[in-house]
Design a protein around this ligand. Structure first.
Ligand code: PLP
Length: 411
């Protein structure tokens, strides 16, 4: 634990949007798993780029071009350090979805054939499921699933039968966007390595809530989005392990990634440079770097996780006291390590719950949460999800609970 003291009320002052109102009610933003809010430091970094040195990067030999290139590349270094990667292993994409599609439509299409196997889990977000379905259709490979057990955890008891010598890639989430549970990646990565399979971690919901070390995890690919961790939309990261980059072809072709071009052929730059074709999301990447600076300067990841788990506990205890509400997920674990709570209210559709709460300034998510197969497995068509970040408070949870009580009484 670091010596950073996280004064939540002080941190909230960095987020101008948190002072907004809906229908004259103070905003309570509990939809952080969908996207987080952005602090002034991130907004200022992007405004400064656009107002003081807007230019393209890696091409314009002028003062602004150089300054923009340095800022963009500094963001790469900052992000790399945050997950203990090398800068050369960090590729800017538009987000988690593009990062996963990148691996699916380059490395996987090039390497998979009929009888090969792709392993994912029943927890996956559509973004880490549908691209693999496409790869399976195109290559004849088969998808196998690590199941979710009755205790809501991934059931690893048959892992050796699921990840076999036929497995070429294991694509697994770091944390569930529906249940809020973090996945124990160790045994999964260990088994994948035993059989020589590659590992992709969908870190969209994990890197924003706990310290991630790609070297310790020992994954080959990692995907995550800036917008879920204080940065703007339109920028994400694909980590590709250095040793593997010779085996992963470019995903897109065009300016910026080429070495030499003739009318009938082209060759590309080496290593990471071959992956970033066209004008990059420059302002967004600079904003992403500022977001990571914000974490480094102001946030203690352990204190943050404790604070979020405490909000989960308060929300779960309150919802259970109201009654007629089924919490989805391992309750005891969520109270200790969760950052979100999904639930269904007996006899009331989740969209009605969301609409009611929204009238009173509370933003939450309702629906299948981009995980339809998991919803079907659980036997629901939709759920309510409240997802927290470090800037949420106990008072906000209490206000939300008071409105949930009204919903139970009024509907
Ligand atoms: N994976 C998980 C676990 C997610 O929660 C999300 C978004 O909610 C994604 C992938 C997709 O992220 P994006 O829409 O930023 O590409």
């Amino acid at each position: 634990m670091s010596d950073k003291f996280m004064d939540i009320n002080k941190l909230r002052e960095d987020f101008p949007i948190l002072k907004e109102k809906i229908n004259n009610y103070n905003l309570v933003y509990f939809d952080n798993a969908a996207t987080s809010q952005k602090p002034n430091q991130v907004l200022d970094a992007m405004l400064e780029f656009y107002t003081k040195y807007n230019s393209n990067i890696h091409r314009s030999a002028n003062a602004f071009g150089e300054k923009a290139t340095i800022a963009f590349e500094q963001a790469r270094v900052t992000i790399a350090k945050f997950i203990n990667a090398e800068p050369e292993e960090i590729i800017f994409t538009s987000g988690t979805t593009e990062s996963i599609n990148f691996v699916a439509f380059t490395w996987a299409l090039d390497n998979l054939k009929p009888a090969d196997e792709i392993v994912i889990s029943e927890l996956e977000h559509h973004s880490n499921m549908v691209p693999w379905q496409q790869v399976a259709i195109k290559t004849g490979a088969k998808i196998k699933l690590i199941p979710v057990g009755l205790d809501w955890e991934l059931d690893l008891s048959n892992l050796d039968d699921i990840i076999t010598k036929n497995t070429k890639i294991v694509a697994i989430t770091g944390a569930s966007n529906v249940l809020g549970t973090h996945v124990d990646l160790k045994p999964i990565v260990k088994r994948a390595k035993q059989v020589g399979a590659k590992v992709l971690v969908d870190a969209a919901q994990s890197v924003s809530h706990k310290k991630i070390d790609v070297k310790a995890i020992d994954c080959d690919f990692m995907a995550f989005s800036g917008h879920k961790m204080l940065a703007p939309t339109g920028v994400g990261i694909l980590f590709i392990k250095k040793d593997l980059q010779d085996q992963v072809k470019p995903y897109q072709f065009g300016g910026g990634m080429v070495f030499e071009v003739d009318y009938d052929k082209a060759s590309w730059l080496k290593n990471r440079q071959k992956y970033e074709a066209g004008t990059q999301p420059i302002a967004q990447a600079i904003g992403f770097g500022a977001a990571i600076d914000y974490f480094n300067n102001k946030i203690d990841m352990e204190q943050m996780a404790k604070h979020e788990a405490n909000l989960c506990k308060r929300a779960i205890d309150g919802l259970q006291a109201i009654g007629g509400i089924k919490i989805l997920g391992p309750i005891d674990r969520l109270k200790k390590t969760g950052h979100l709570v999904s639930f269904v209210v007996e006899g009331i559709h989740s969209h009605d719950v969301a609409a009611y709460l929204s009238d009173f300034g509370i933003c939450i998510r309702a629906g299948h949460n981009c995980a339809q197969p998991l919803a079907k497995k659980i036997g629901i068509d939709a759920a309510v999800r409240v997802s927290f970040y470090f800037y949420n408070t106990e008072d906000e949870v209490d206000y939300f609970l008071s409105k949930m009580g009204e919903i139970r009484n009024n509907f």
